[in-house]
Design a protein around this ligand. Structure first.
Ligand SMILES: *Cc1c(COP(=O)(O)O)cnc(C)c1O
Length: 382
């Protein structure tokens, strides 16, 4: 049933062993830069590679400021704090995401509200967002968006660009503007993906990236906040223990975090970022080949119109849950690592009681989406 697909994967990766879902590739200056960091003795919280990584990422994405963090979850936590999210607030997000998106909301003492995704983008649906707000929200006398139930402030909307495919950002921005909500983008999976020519993570008020080992580029562990100059400065302050500038005194002017990315990790990041565009080209080539192999069988997830996806993880939508299970078990039997999409956040015990709209598309996709091996090999790079 899946012979053509699994045969293609095995031939493509030219391997008799287990084929991973996603492996990092170190084909550039990684060893050189990491060794330079070691030789400098600056491996920890200060060093030239942190500044360079931030500047290179700002230049690459077109974001005025990029601030490095220890991981993507920490970046989300800081971004939400800067969006004003605090105790008792609500943040609207999608149920179809990795748990970090919701955990960061909870770390702020806030609660996620789950709104459905669009079937073609796999990201938060502007129509579902507008519907939920029309039914459940109001703007108070000060222009603050609140839930009708309990008058809880709704501070922000947090879409996620699933597997690298940009969500409908124009649609989401229009609804957010109408309801005075800040848009924060979880762009952990979509570094290098473009929405109408602009980098995901730079269209909202704040955006976040992840450089975990399974992402398109890695620093071992790491993340970043993308923001304007002022919020970027605030992100730097909060993530470096909120220490005030002074040659030797220790004064901290608010509750901060030790979220700064070590220089050793940033060295790896500088080298990986140099390889990002060739990586994306190779990933897009692989996606094209998957789409060809799957023609007439499984439905391949294509980039949305007007977008350039980084195709971080290739995905198919099976006909039903039974076919999904058959694909998962057959591929694992043949040593090809495939993965189902996440269990919906709205079903996890810590978020089971959260507010939600109808989640029809999310449930449809939860039953059917499977990720395919998506690593880039050294020989794929042009
Ligand atoms: C990877 C990821 C994150 C951040 O993960 P870290 O492991 O903390 O870097 C956040 N959101 C999504 C959707 C992710 O895929």
């Amino acid at each position: 049933m899946f012979d053509a697909l699994l045969g293609f994967v095995r031939a493509h990766y030219r391997s008799e062993g287990v084929i991973a879902l996603h492996e990092p590739l170190f084909a550039g200056q990684e060893r050189t830069y990491v060794n330079q960091a070691i030789d400098s003795t600056f491996v920890s919280s200060v060093g030239v590679f942190v500044d360079r990584f931030e500047q290179d990422m700002a230049a690459y994405t077109g974001s005025p400021r990029a601030v490095a963090m220890v991981n993507g979850t920490a970046a989300l936590h800081v971004a939400l704090r800067l969006a004003g999210v605090g105790q008792g607030d609500l943040v609207i997000t999608q149920p179809l995401t990795f748990v970090a998106t919701c955990n960061a909301i909870a770390y702020c003492g806030a609660e996620p509200v789950f709104v459905d995704v669009d079937r073609h983008t796999l990201g938060l649906s502007p129509a579902a967002l507008a519907d939920w707000l029309d039914e459940h929200a109001l703007l108070d006398h000060d222009g603050v968006c609140r839930s009708k139930d309990g008058l809880r402030p709704i501070r922000a909307c947090l879409p996620m660009h699933t597997f690298g495919h940009p969500a409908d950002l124009d649609g989401l921005l229009a609804v957010c503007q109408r309801w005075h909500l800040l848009l924060v983008e979880d762009a952990a999976e979509s570094l290098g993906s473009l929405y109408k020519g602009r980098h995901t993570g730079t269209l909202g008020t704040l955006g976040t990236l992840s450089f975990n080992g399974n992402k398109i580029i890695t620093t071992g562990g790491g993340g970043m906040v993308l923001a304007g100059a002022e919020l970027g400065q605030r992100a730097k302050h909060l993530s470096t223990t909120a220490k005030t500038a002074h040659p030797y005194e220790y004064v901290h002017d608010e509750l901060g975090y030790n979220y700064r990315l070590p220089n050793l990790n940033a060295a790896l990041g500088c080298a990986q970022l140099e390889m990002l565009e060739p990586m994306i080209a190779a990933k897009r080539e692989l996606a094209l080949r998957y789409a060809q192999v799957l023609q007439g069988s499984l439905q391949f997830v294509h980039e949305p119109e007007g977008c350039r996806s980084n195709y971080w993880l290739n995905a198919v939508v099976c006909e039903d849950r039974a076919q999904r299970d058959a694909l998962l078990s057959e591929s694992h039997l043949q040593g090809v690592m495939t993965r189902p999409i996440w269990t919906l956040m709205s079903e996890l015990p810590m978020y089971a009681a959260c507010r939600r709209g109808p989640l029809t598309q999310a449930a449809y996709l939860e039953d059917r989406v499977v990720n395919l091996p998506s690593s880039v090999r050294a020989e794929d790079l042009a």
